[in-house]
Design a protein around this ligand. Structure first.
Ligand code: SAM
Length: 250
């Protein structure tokens, strides 16, 4: 079955890139299903109000729990009790206060049948929405990095793109994802294409040698070198058995 992704937002047009390029193709080919929902369709007043001032005072506005509650009831109904294997969707709530998004979490989410993204705006969503949802589905509050965006839409685009490319069949070449940065715990090294010499800079000889073992060794060494220089924390986190004798020699 295709991965089903629903996004709830007050700016549905912000999610248009989900229909473009690789993701659009994955949707056309039935590998991923995407639904984008306007939060305001669950309001009942003429102004279609989704926010109110914060209890306790302070600047900004907070998204109302009643509107979000109705939206989540409609978009993620309880799993069918007849269907024993039916898994509740995972509700992903983007927030700078969440668990940091990374490739490992992308891989976990790519195994799920259904993801629902709740895009906050203003100061965020009334906390009771998350607390109440936790009683009936798996909820993940997730941050895409230590900075503050104006809304959850761009964070959702980031996460959906990282997850969707891991779905079998989405990438043209399935080997690509397994060789990318982070898949083996390291950053990927540099890559080159024609021409052989460009502005006086030649492609490394080994890459044109036709010696596949030598190419693999060279790539692994460059990955180790780059990771050591730019992200020593990744090397520290690598289980020792992930490093071969030849890796250590490097
Ligand atoms: N008051 C919140 C705080 O200090 O944690 C910031 C709210 S932010 C202005 C509005 C919305 O943008 C958030 O509800 C969240 O959906 C989204 N957002 C902002 N930064 C984010 C990040 N680093 N990762 C994920 N979502 C983020």
């Amino acid at each position: 079955a295709p991965l089903r992704i629903d996004v709830i937002t007050i700016f549905p047009e912000y999610l248009a890139p989900l229909r473009a390029a690789l993701l659009g193709k994955a949707v056309d080919r039935g590998l991923v299903e995407i639904g984008v929902h306007d939060l305001r369709s669950w309001t009942h007043d003429v102004h279609r109000t989704v926010d109110d001032s914060p209890y306790g005072g302070g600047p900004g506005m907070v998204m109302k729990p009643d509107v979000w509650g109705e939206a989540l009831d409609a978009v993620c109904p309880a799993p069918d009790p007849e269907d024993a294997g039916g898994r509740a969707p995972v509700l992903v709530v983007p927030t700078p206060a969440g668990r940091r998004f990374d490739q490992a979490l992308a891989r976990e989410l790519a195994e799920e049948p259904r993801l629902v993204f709740a895009c906050g705006r203003y100061e965020g969503i009334d906390q009771r929405v998350v607390d109440e949802a936790e009683g009936r589905m798996r909820v993940l509050e997730v941050s895409i990095g230590d900075y503050v965006l104006v809304g959850g839409e761009v964070a959702t685009l980031v996460m959906v793109e990282a997850v969707a490319r891991l779905i079998p069949g989405v990438l043209g070449n399935p080997v690509s994802a397994s060789e990318d940065s982070f898949s083996d715990g390291l950053l990927e090294g540099p890559c080159y294409t024609r021409p052989e010499v460009w502005r006086g800079r030649a492609v490394p000889d080994v890459l044109r040698s036709g010696n596949h073992a030598a190419v693999d060794r060279w790539r692994r060494d460059r990955a180790l070198e780059r990771t050591l220089r730019r992200r020593p924390d990744l090397l520290d986190a690598l289980p020792p058995e992930e490093l071969s004798r030849a890796d250590r020699a490097f």
